[in-house]
Design a binder for this molecule. Structure first.
Ligand code: HEM
Length: 234
């Protein structure tokens, strides 16, 4: 079911109300949430490009896009810090909406319906769905590991020789966690910017349509609009 079909459905069921209300937009992301998200996104893209350039000689050409190897090497840790700081800022904004509930686990069980694009069969979810929450927590723990190992690699000459094995552990963790977050990042961009029509615009303007909210985050829609839970028309 598309957001348009549901939009008509919602409009039908609320015909006793002023129909203009159905077109009203709902605030999904505040200005602060959008700024912290895009700061995190752009800084992540920079550390991803430079990190991949250091990771494999086959990808070293990527460094040329961002000013060459030497610049990439000196900026990577600083932009990494900016990325961590902006993600922790995002974390502060969203952690209250990201705890995993029983409703999320029920949604998780219905993932085959989600994959087959049968959204109407999915149990209603709050502001974020189970997949979004798993992504958020995956990035959260990823950032902590990247930060700790990154700082170790930044000041590698200060590690005493008796602990030199720490460098190898740090390299292994830093690169594997970075690859895992790149996997999560690609899934995230595809799901939020391509698959869910209307999502990308919400991270730009801050608004979604009522139809979008009802379709993808029904419990949240009822919470923010204060409307009673209407059963979908059979
Ligand atoms: C070009 C890169 C990116 C694009 C186009 C993008 C796009 C979006 C969009 C459209 C949403 C809103 C989704 C919705 O409300 O349904 C969103 C949410 C979110 N973004 Fe991004 N994003 C990008 C990069 C990142 C990065 C690098 C991170 C963190 C490392 C991140 C973390 C999040 C989180 C935690 C959410 C809330 C949960 C979710 O929707 O998954 N984003 N993003």
């Amino acid at each position: 079911m598309t957001a348009d079909t549901i939009s008509r459905d919602v409009a039908d069921r609320n015909s006793d109300r002023n129909s203009d209300q159905n077109q009203e937009k709902i605030v999904r992301y505040t200005f602060v949430e959008r700024v912290s998200h895009w700061l995190g996104a752009f800084s992540y893209i920079y550390v991803m490009i430079t990190g991949l350039a250091f990771w494999s000689p086959y990808l070293y050409w990527l460094a040329a896009i961002v000013g060459g190897g030497a610049i990439a090497r000196s900026w990577h840790p600083w932009v990494g810090l900016l990325f961590a700081a902006s993600f922790f800022w995002t974390f502060r904004e969203w952690r209250g909406d990201m705890s995993i509930t029983d409703a999320d686990l029920a949604w998780g069980k219905a993932i085959p319906d989600y994959i087959e694009n049968e959204d109407e069969k999915l149990p209603p979810v709050g502001r974020f769905n189970y997949g979004q929450k798993l992504f958020f927590w995956g990035i959260f723990y990823g950032v902590i590991l990247l930060l700790l190992t990154g700082i170790l690699l930044w000041y590698t000459e200060t590690i005493p020789w008796s602990l030199h094995w720490l460098r190898f552990v740090a390299i292994l963790i830093h690169s594997s966690v970075a690859l895992a977050t790149i996997g999560l990042f690609l899934i995230h961009v595809y799901m939020s910017a391509v698959l869910e029509e209307g999502s990308f615009g919400s991270m730009i303007t801050g608004y979604v349509t009522r139809a979008w909210a009802w379709t993808f985050h029904r419990t949240w829609y009822y919470d923010v609009t204060g409307r009673s839970q209407l059963k979908p028309k059979q």
